[in-house]
Design a protein around this ligand. Structure first.
Ligand code: ASP
Length: 630
């Protein structure tokens, strides 16, 4: 291969095949950088030694595919190329065969300036020849393999599930496939193998996984693709911790494959469980854990980025009188948190800049300023309320170098009346502001820069106890926050029963019911979600009822599944993680398109094959479909 030869091979004969990466014609000498996926080797064609080959080499152009036979020659030290591993040798050609010529490509794999992304996607086969893409795709292979090896060693079977199936309830729009044999009927491409993997537990496979494509017709963002790959798994008799231990194990293997040690070496001590652990089949895990409620309160979102300090509710460090004083001074509602947001080492900004805080970014977009009241001038705060300000600074452990501000809910009754000033909404807006500031001052705090210490660079977290239901503003109804097969906390069962017919009531205590659902989060990005499932048919029926489905509707959509639950279903649970996202992070790539060989654009178009396309009338007729022209 073109990356293989070293000084030790000098004098040996070698055959190389590959692409002409670059050709330099110095008259009597022609140099060719020959490329394959392993690297480059310099090929030399000498007119005096071999005039016939030299003549042939003059025909070569970029991206021609050639085979050469030659002798490996040690280069003179002053001509070493330190940038490539084969840089100390070259191959002196004896024979050259042109296996194929190439048109002048729209861009070259060796170009240092990237062409427009549309061009890269249209000529993806050329784009994929680039070093960076070869690296990413190799990384993807290594990561998937490490995960497969780990899970197989843990006793998981990789089992395939159908792509042509029926709608699964992950909450997105389905991609449909029309049936020719039964005109008017459609398969849906799976949004996930959720029901199948649960059925596999009912079928006795105990531990299942699959690295599997999922299809969701959603509005696309930079980190979404209409088809994407999940590491999907399910197991029987788990506590949440048993699922977490498996995930931590395969993530450790995946990160190791990419050269990062994210956990300490597992010591023997950790392997020994105490009796309680065994009885409760609790497995020890290492990632930090945080409840959903705490995440919302302290980070303002359900995927906290732990690389920057949490938000502090300063009321907790003040007496009631001081809270009154503070709230009054800045017209903040004292019933809701008064949040101190702190960005380390970003303190030295001008007064003008300080005044623009809150006028940019996602915080604006989510309507933050509509009812969040900001105090962005600590100096004025210190002058106006010296005692309170001193206490606040101490309580929140603010350093003089830090940029910090207070955010409270604007205390205006007329606003409180029209705005949803719930704790959750308020905290979320503060969370957006925190992230906006973190982005804006990234250079100053440096917390997003890699240090080389993987334990610091990759901050993992389990977010637990998600709500079971979430209010859908557009549909004006409660929907499952995860999916309807998620178990709830046993203690919340009574609440479910008492409110089983309140799917249209935004104030329903359904919103307080907690699920045995969890997310794994890395540096503020959600890597995956899972849950312990409902394994009893009666409870499953109640959930469908709470979601406003009649028995008939539930039977029509999930009949086969409801029936399966009746035939001896073991307790089970699992999770699914986004493989594309994990590889993207490991490859240090900016977009999922950099780690998916043949991705789609933001408009869900494959520019290389040009899909989707209209189909012939004959095909439509066969399917019994008429397209309405708008
Ligand atoms: N099917 C779920 C999802 O795709 C994951 C799970 O619950 O295992 O989000």
């Amino acid at each position: 291969m073109c990356g293989a030869l070293r000084s030790a091979d000098a004098g040996r004969k070698a055959v190389l095949m590959g692409w002409v990466n670059r050709r330099r014609d110095l008259g009597s000498l022609i140099f060719i950088d020959l490329r394959d996926r392993t690297g480059l080797t310099q090929i030399v064609v000498n007119k005096e030694l071999n005039p016939a080959v030299h003549q042939k080499a003059e025909l070569l152009r970029n991206e021609y595919v050639i085979a050469v036979i030659g002798t490996v020659k040690q280069r003179d030290p002053e001509t070493f190329n330190k940038n490539i591993p084969t840089g100390e040798i070259e191959l002196v050609v004896g024979e050259l065969r042109i296996l194929n010529d190439a048109k002048q490509p729209p861009f070259l794999p060796s170009d240092t300036v990237l062409p427009h992304e549309e061009m890269r996607l249209k000529y993806r086969y050329i784009d994929l020849r680039r070093d960076a893409m070869q690296f990413n795709i190799e990384m993807r292979h290594k990561v998937s393999k490490a995960i497969r090896d780990y899970l197989s060693a843990q006793g998981f079977f990789e089992i395939e599930t159908p792509f042509m199936t029926r709608s699964t309830p992950e909450g997105a729009r389905d991609y449909l496939v029309p049936s020719r044999v039964q005109p008017g009927s459609f398969y849906a491409l799976p949004q996930s193998p959720q029901m199948f993997k649960q059925i596999l537990m009912i079928s006795g496979f105990d531990k299942y996984y699959q690295i599997v494509r999922c299809f969701r017709d959603e509005d696309l963002r930079a980190d979404r693709q209409p088809e994407f790959t999940q590491i999907d798994l399910e197991m029987t008799y788990p506590q949440p911790e048993s699922v977490w231990a498996v995930v931590e194990g395969f993530l450790q293997a995946a990160f190791r494959a990419a050269g990062h040690e994210i956990l300490g070496q597992p010591s023997d001590e950790k392997k020994v469980q105490d009796v309680d652990d065994i009885l409760n089949s609790r497995t020890r895990t290492e990632f930090l854990r945080m409840s959903y409620d705490e995440a919302i309160r302290r980070y303002g979102n359900d995927k906290p980025d732990l690389r920057l300090p949490p938000i502090v509710d300063v009321r907790e460090g003040l007496s009631p009188e001081e809270v009154d004083e503070l709230a009054m001074k800045f017209r903040m509602r004292k019933e809701l948190p008064i949040q101190l947001i702190r960005i380390p080492k970003a303190g030295d900004i001008s007064g003008t800049e300080r005044r623009t805080i809150g006028t940019y970014g996602a915080y604006q977009h989510v309507g933050g300023p509509n009812f969040v009241q900001l105090m962005t001038d600590p100096r004025r705060f210190g002058k106006d309320l010296p005692a309170v300000s001193e206490k606040v600074v101490k309580f929140a452990e603010v350093d003089p170098q830090d940029l910090w501000l207070l955010a409270g809910a604007l205390n205006k009754p007329e606003i409180a009346a029209v705005m949803d000033q719930s704790l959750q909404h308020f905290c979320e807006k503060c969370g957006f502001l925190r992230l906006d500031l973190a982005q804006k001052y990234a250079e100053k705090h440096g917390a997003f820069k890699k240090t080389g210490d993987s334990a610091m660079d990759y901050r993992f977290l389990w977010v637990t106890d998600f709500p079971m239901f979430e209010w859908d503003k557009d549909e004006r109804r409660w929907n499952p926050a995860h999916h309807p097969f998620t178990s709830l906390h046993e203690e919340d069962m009574a609440k479910l029963e008492a409110n089983i017919d309140s799917v249209r009531d935004p104030k329903s205590p359904l919103g307080e019911i907690r699920a045995l659902a969890y997310d794994v989060v890395l540096n503020g990005t959600e890597l995956g979600s899972g849950s312990i499932r409902i394994h009893r048919q009666d409870i499953q029926r109640k959930i469908f009822q709470a979601l406003g489905m009649t028995d008939e509707e539930a039977r029509a959509r999930f009949g086969f599944f409801m029936e399966a639950l009746e035939y001896g279903t073991p307790p089970h649970g699992g999770i699914a993680l986004g493989l594309d996202r994990i590889v993207m992070i490991l490859a240090g790539a900016e977009s999922l398109r950099e780690v998916i060989p043949f991705p789609k654009t933001a408009r869900a178009v494959d520019l290389m094959v040009d899909a989707p396309t209209p189909v012939s009338d004959a095909q439509l007729r066969e399917l019994g479909i008429t397209v309405k022209k708008s």
